[in-house]
Design a protein around this ligand. Structure first.
Ligand SMILES: [Zn+2]
Length: 561
């Protein structure tokens, strides 16, 4: 039977009711173990239950979509040992979850945390949302395999480096098909030769064998954009053989969205693999009306073409990308230097100006473009500014301002584009195939991961789903939302022992207050952590409790098996 909320917790190894603030201290842990005459695991009383950590008195949402039940969660050796009425059991650490929700740690299946994780393994913006696993290697770009200084030669070496780093959260990775192309062909816009294609397929095979949990493409980025349908099918066949998922940032998300969805479906059918559409959106006001067609197309793919598919979308109406993405993919052929040369070329430059202006018009004008980050320190004042107003203040045209920023930062400029609408977002979130994902980075209020003026999704995505779309808008029930933040993404990425709270699963746990959980980061003030997440456990270790980080980081690489 579940413990009653009204009774004080029965604490077998301490006489006073626990205060939430006390459980993290090593002194108390030692004292409580001593009081029982049980100083370590090896001295557990025979037949008695003794947990490393006991999360007590909360309402447990197990991640399957089942309603919450009052229960305790007992953890031993990094795994959930029992879920039920356990208040009488001994425990080294206790977390008082009375009045709170207890759920599997959230899984961010489209994360760019690999950008900063090695600079700041605390991944605070991630952890403070209740996320315990990030799936990186997204949009066609992974940290392995590759030969450049930002790459690890093999996926296995990347995972080994993650294990050596011991980050705050677990890290799974897909293999980026753009990265694979870059490794074999470079940044050139041309088809792969048969010999090159065979080498690319071999790299995908090796990456999967070493634990990548799927593959991703970024068909609006270079060199991913240079891949043909046939190339993508060939590279995804190894996924089909293993039942792993192809996740795609599609070739287009506005005027040619429906054609891009057709292409994604064709890849999955050709390769015989599950399909996941990353950050699905209908970008630009004139495409907002396409959502019914999008849903109908997905339905047809499932029922008539037997494609196993799903999608994610972050709960915001603005996207984030590189400013260079305002320009067509062909203009970025060959990399940043070649792109910058084309921008100032008298003939090509004019063509690019026309294409970029049309793109900006399609998302509603220059004030819907906010500069999120610049590489050139002299342009820091532009970060967080809308390009229309910023250019007006400078007395320069917005286009010239954008080109100036790109030149001085050697193409490395980030932007946030306000191009989607709330009605469509709500319909996406309500869709049975939707799951949450941030598309964000790991940032922090201080230290090396505080950079630029990021999209608030990096700090707020998961609490925003629970606060805005569950509590306020009631688009989802809490148990549905927990499933879409944990169990559903875990099953999509074949993270077999994650995403559910039951005996035998890895002890990734989040404790949050459904009445208060909320995002705090905004477009104007992005550096604010989410609130209402009381405790986070990663592999059984307390990673966050009452606003304080735990004494040790327990995240590790999750290799698909
Ligand atoms: Zn993307």
């Amino acid at each position: 039977m579940a413990p009653s909320r009204k009774q004080p917790l029965a604490a077998s190894d301490a006489s006073a009711p626990l205060s939430r603030r006390t459980v993290l201290t090593a002194g108390l842990a030692a004292a409580s173990a001593g009081a029982l005459g049980c100083a370590g695991r090896e001295k557990r009383p025979a037949g008695g239950e003794h947990f490393d950590v006991l999360v007590q008195g909360g309402t447990v949402y197990d991640g399957t979509g089942a309603p919450g039940v009052l229960a305790d969660v007992g953890i031993v050796d990094g795994r959930v040992a029992a879920v039920g009425a356990l208040a009488g059991a001994a425990a080294r650490e206790r977390i008082d979850a009375r009045g709170l929700a207890v759920a599997p740690g959230f899984i961010d299946l489209h994360s760019h945390a690999d950008g900063t994780l090695f600079d700041d393994p605390n991944a605070e913006s991630v952890l403070r949302q209740g996320v315990t696993t990030v799936v990186v290697g997204q949009d066609g770009s992974s940290r392995a395999p590759g030969n450049s200084e930002r790459h690890f030669q093999r996926m296995g070496a990347f995972f080994d480096a993650v294990d050596a780093l011991s980050p705050a959260v677990n890290v799974a990775s897909t293999v980026g098909l753009g990265t694979v192309r870059e490794t074999i062909i470079g940044m050139e816009n041309r088809p792969a030769t048969p010999e090159e294609l065979a080498r690319m397929v071999a790299l995908v095979e090796a990456s999967l064998a070493e634990g990548a949990c799927g593959a991703s493409s970024g068909l609006e980025y270079v060199p991913g954009a240079f891949a043909s349908l046939d190339e993508l099918v060939a590279l995804c066949r190894p996924l089909g053989a293993r039942g792993l998922t192809y996740a795609t940032h599609m070739r287009n998300e506005d005027e040619k969205l429906l054609e891009a969805i057709d292409e994604a479906i064709a890849v999955a059918r050709g390769a015989g693999c599950p399909l996941h559409l990353s950050h699905l959106k209908t970008q630009g006001p004139k495409n907002w009306g396409k959502l019914d067609q999008v849903f109908a197309r997905l339905q047809r793919a499932r029922t008539e073409e037997r494609v196993d598919l799903s999608f994610d979308r972050y709960p915001y109406i603005a996207y984030q990308t590189t400013l260079a993405n305002l320009f067509p993919a062909w203009s970025r052929d060959g990399g940043a230097d070649a792109f910058l040369e084309r921008l100032v070329d008298p003939v090509t430059g004019e063509r690019l100006r026309a294409e970029a202006l049309a793109k900006v018009e399609s998302i509603g004008g220059w004030d819907n473009v906010m500069v999120s980050a610049v590489a050139h320190a002299g342009d820091r004042a532009a970060e967080g500014q809308r390009l229309g107003s910023y250019a007006a203040a400078l007395g320069v045209s917005p286009y010239e301002t954008a080109v100036g920023l790109l030149k001085r930062s050697r193409g490395d400029v980030g932007m946030v584009g306000f191009a989607m609408n709330e009605d469509n977002l709500t319909r996406l979130v309500a869709h049975p195939l939707w799951m949450a994902a941030s598309d964000g980075s790991a940032v922090a209020l201080d230290g090396p991961a505080r950079r630029g003026h990021p999209h608030p999704r990096s700090l707020g995505t998961f609490p925003r789903v629970l606060g805005l779309y569950v509590r306020e808008k009631k688009v989802l029930t809490l148990e549905q939302a927990v499933h879409k933040l944990s169990g559903y993404p875990a099953s999509r990425m074949r993270l077999k022992d994650r995403g559910q709270l039951k005996a035998g699963m890895a002890a990734d746990v989040v404790v949050f207050d459904p009445a208060t959980v909320a995002d705090q980061a905004t477009y104007t003030q992005p550096f604010a952590y989410a609130t209402g997440v009381l405790a986070v456990l990663v592999n059984g270790a307390v990673a966050l409790h009452e606003g304080e980080r735990g004494p040790r980081r327990a995240g590790r690489a999750l290799r698909a098996t």
